[in-house]
Design a protein around this ligand. Structure first.
Ligand SMILES: Nc1ncnc2c1ncn2[C@@H]1O[C@H](COP(=O)(O)OP(=O)(O)O)[C@@H](O)[C@H]1O
Ligand SMILES: [Mg+2]
Length: 245
């Protein structure tokens, strides 16, 4: 079961926005996706409640009789929204079952420094160091043509982490989320520029979300190592152990 976690120590960096969009995109691909909120503010949960039930479905956690959060049966893909300040044991626990971590980074120096600290900690974790949990960054609220964007790209190169896309600042995100939507749920012509910006991000996510399809196109030896190295089954078990915050 592919698990994508959205992580950044800094609040307001766009984690919930990004997580909701990845979940909505999965739902639009007919994947049976859960958006799990580990954030105490429960931003994603609130957004899910506002979501029109006639739209492609996204499941929340289910709470079992022992008060343990579980992935509902039938779910094949998991997106996790996480709180600001996540580090130490809690971060390590997420990495134990995530196949990919995406760090949304705004362009200010404070945001870059905070993301760098998060990255440095991630790199100390064995699953990240071994490439079993992939890490990428996405520029958030940034115009790709500006100096700020260039600084972000340089920052990513210096920190040896892929920057897989840049999403501009626009009220479309704010207004969509308020209505339980994402830009993927809007008529394509309304969000054409933004949908275009998502393309490289979704391209990076594709082999994470479709590991078998991606592996089938690889040579046989890497196919075997992809299966051996995959933490997805362990991930499914770990997710069952997450308790309510
Ligand atoms: N690309 C964007 N353009 C405009 N506003 C954005 C964008 N991304 C996020 N926001 C807004 O920024 C605020 C913080 O985003 P949020 O996703 O809640 O961050 P986090 O979960 O990291 O705290 C929210 O009000 C959100 O609507
Ligand atoms: Mg949030």
């Amino acid at each position: 079961m592919p698990v994508v976690a959205v992580v950044n120590r800094k609040g307001g960096s766009g984690k919930s926005t990004f997580a909701a969009h990845v979940a909505a995109w999965c739902a639009r691909q007919n994947l049976r996706v859960m958006l799990g909120d580990i954030d105490r503010q429960q931003s994603s949960r609130g957004w899910l409640r506002r979501r029109d039930p006639s739209l492609p479905g996204i499941a929340p956690w289910v709470l079992d009789q022992k008060n343990v959060l579980r992935v509902p049966s039938g779910i094949t893909h998991v997106v996790l929204d996480t709180p600001g300040g996540l580090h130490g044991f809690e971060l390590a626990r997420i990495v134990m079952f995530a196949d990919a971590i995406v760090i949304p980074v705004c362009p200010s120096v404070f945001d870059r420094e905070s993301a760098a600290a998060c990255l440095a900690e991630l790199m100390t974790l064995p699953r990240v160091a071994k490439g079993q949990c992939r890490v990428a960054t996405v520029g958030m609220r940034v115009d790709g043509r500006t100096n700020a964007a260039e600084m972000l790209r340089t920052w990513a190169t210096e920190h040896d982490v892929p920057m897989v896309g840049m999403l501009r600042e626009t009220q479309l995100y704010v207004r969509s989320l308020e209505r339980g939507l994402t830009i993927f749920d809007l008529p394509a012509h309304q969000a054409a520029a933004d949908l275009e910006q998502w393309k490289p991000v979704l391209e990076w996510l594709r082999p994470v979300l479709h590991p078998v399809a991606a592996a089938e196109t690889r040579p046989r030896d890497s196919l075997l190592s992809a299966h051996r190295g995959s933490g997805t089954l362990a991930g499914a078990r770990m997710l069952n152990e997450i308790r309510r915050p």
